[in-house]
Design a protein around this ligand. Structure first.
Ligand code: RM4
Ligand code: MN
Ligand code: MN
Length: 432
């Protein structure tokens, strides 16, 4: 077999040496600044080193809009090549060993072979994802008018069986969670009976829940519009929370940052779900208008920070059962997917570390004194602290790159993949 191009550890170390001196200058200075605030910078490096965010297998390919798709050269053509790219990303940033598979897009022919391929690259499998929002070859019934909530029990059964198959596959791959996002909904007023469709959904989910192993969780992902433009069945966190409660303790809500109406206070939804014991996890990304699937932290970094402010607050106050699964869910339409995922992984870690800087005693005191200005300044002080050198040092200590994008570009990885993976140029649209 032809030897595939990889970025080797020696190359990363060599690139790091070029940057080391100024990064450590920044680091020393930040250490002093934080010492004044009684914060030990080394603790933060350790925290950054242990932070994990999973990668969506579908995020390694080029995305597209309903108008066009412009594939990047050397784009992965199957799940093995996607995992190769995940391994490259992991080498650079070190925080992304988990991969979330989408079935049937990633359906392996040989499960054991895929498992060992992943293991050899230090990768593991996070939440499984089912796909009942499009029709697949050889599928008997169509999902054109819905899946788990469809009015036809035959279609519901087919969608249930697909979800159960995803769980069965996940069991063999060592996954511990299953995420369900459905495209069910209506394009026109009157098209669907709101209560009946939700009842159908719940009935279907109860069947899937029964197939869930005891040490697994099932995540319900809501979305207020798209592909249905008038109504969706699992439209918001309230409906998601209701369903998670109805199903039982293994069910929880998944918050995709692009799935809310504009201006919704997502950090508050996060706090509510934490309080109600139903925060299952996240799909991090960013958006300006809708489900834009842009890189995490690219449009509203303050919002990302405020979400982590809630998460770190819950972590520090040991909220029982608090254990959200962190994943990215993005569509890279005009960028190199590996670069976008690297940036997002860094930005999510940045928000996590910045949230550690919030002086929680001062914040609680300001809140108790109804001092809005002091409360805001307290969170802003954390948000405006540049923690880049902490993130860089954490990556380097874990064997990753001080500057992942520059190192990636200098390695020539994409050029090498373009040669190894000739793509057929086809006029395709859509997310994958
Ligand atoms: C959806 C949703 C799901 C993802 C698909 C590809 O909008 O975010 O999580 O599986 O896109
Ligand atoms: Mn999502
Ligand atoms: Mn989405």
């Amino acid at each position: 077999m032809q030897r595939k191009f990889e970025i080797d550890d020696g190359f990363i170390a060599e690139q790091n040496r070029k940057l080391e001196s100024w990064i450590y200058e920044d680091y020393e200075h930040l250490a002093k600044v934080l010492r004044r605030r009684q914060i030990d910078i080394e603790d933060l490096v350790t925290k950054a080193q242990s932070f994990r965010v999973a990668v969506p297998s579908w995020g390694l390919g080029t995305g597209g809009t309903r108008f066009a798709r412009f594939p990047v050269l050397g784009e992965p053509r199957d799940i093995y090549e996607k995992l190769e790219d995940c391994a490259t990303l992991l080498k650079l940033v070190r925080s992304t060993p988990g991969v979330s598979l989408h079935i049937p897009w990633d359906q392996p022919e040989d499960v054991n072979d895929l498992s060992s391929f992943a293991r050899h690259r230090e990768l593991s499998f996070e939440a499984m994802n089912s796909n009942t929002f499009q029709d697949h070859p050889d599928q008997r019934l169509s999902y054109k008018f819905g899946s788990l909530a469809h009015c036809d029990p035959g279609v519901r059964r087919q969608a249930i069986d697909h979800n159960i198959e995803c769980i069965e596959l996940g069991k063999q791959l060592g996954s511990k969670a299953h995420t369900v996002w459905i495209g069910d909904g209506g394009n026109f007023p009157g098209q669907q009976h709101f209560r009946k469709t939700l009842e159908n959904y719940l009935e279907s989910m109860r069947e899937i829940y029964k197939a869930l192993p005891d040490d697994w969780r099932i995540f319900i992902e809501h979305k207020f519009y798209e592909p249905a433009f008038y109504s969706t069945v699992i439209n918001d966190w309230g409906t998601s929370y209701y369903c998670a409660r109805e199903l039982g303790p293994k069910a929880a809500c998944l918050v995709d940052l692009g799935h809310h109406a504009p201006n919704v206070n997502i950090e508050m939804i996060v706090a509510r779900l934490i309080q109600f014991g139903k925060l299952g996890g996240f799909h991090f990304n960013d958006s300006k208008y809708g489900d834009d699937d842009l890189d995490a932290g690219s449009i509203k970094p303050f919002q990302l920070f405020l979400i982590f402010n809630e998460l770190v607050d819950a972590e520090q106050s040991n909220v029982p059962g608090f254990d959200p699964a962190y994943m990215l869910d993005q569509s890279h339409n005009i960028t190199d997917p590996i670069e976008s995922l690297a940036l997002s992984a860094i930005e999510v870690t940045r928000a996590y570390i910045q949230a550690q800087l919030v002086d929680r005693l001062a914040l609680a005191e300001a809140q108790d004194n109804c001092d809005a200005v002091l409360a805001l300044s307290t969170v802003k002080q954390a948000f405006t602290t540049d923690v880049s050198s902490i993130l860089a040092v954490a990556r380097q200590r874990s064997g990753g790159a001080l500057d992942p994008i520059a190192t990636y570009r200098a390695s020539g990885y994409r050029r090498a993949k373009a040669e190894e993976r000739p793509t057929k140029i086809e006029a395709t649209v859509g997310i994958v």
